[in-house]
Design a binder for this molecule. Structure first.
Ligand SMILES: [Zn+2]
Ligand SMILES: [Zn+2]
Length: 116
């Protein structure tokens, strides 16, 4: 399958609605708190999947935000795209956890689920 890079109708990440705090943005991406997890989440502005070099660059931006929030060793990068697999994004999650303490789901079992 090929991705055109055009915004998709109905794609939550393409619409880039500011439902939570935004921590960073530039022409390539933005970093905001995930609506579900309340952890910092980076979203590529292009609908699709970047190549490795671009991905590394993007993750470096996310790590900066995550470091400011959780400390240098206080987070892990979760590259799995559970809800929106075809639009690149990644979460930074607190070490040993899945949700930020600000999330209503914090403390819930965080075994990754494949659907949702
Ligand atoms: Zn999209
Ligand atoms: Zn999330």
């Amino acid at each position: 399958m090929r991705w055109s890079g055009e915004p998709r109708d109905g794609c939550q990440l393409c619409s880039a609605e500011r439902m939570t705090d935004w921590h960073f943005e530039d022409e390539a991406c933005w970093v905001a708190d995930c609506v579900v997890c309340a952890t910092p989440m980076i979203v590529w502005r292009t609908h699709g999947l970047p190549d490795e070099d671009v991905e590394r660059d993007l993750l470096a931006r996310l790590e900066k935000v995550a470091e400011a929030r959780y400390g240098r060793e206080g987070f892990w990068i979760d590259p799995e795209r559970r809800r929106i697999p075809d639009h690149w994004h990644a979460h930074a999650r607190p070490a040993g956890g899945f949700f930020d303490p600000a999330s209503p789901l914090y403390g819930a079992s965080w075994r990754p689920r494949s659907s949702r």
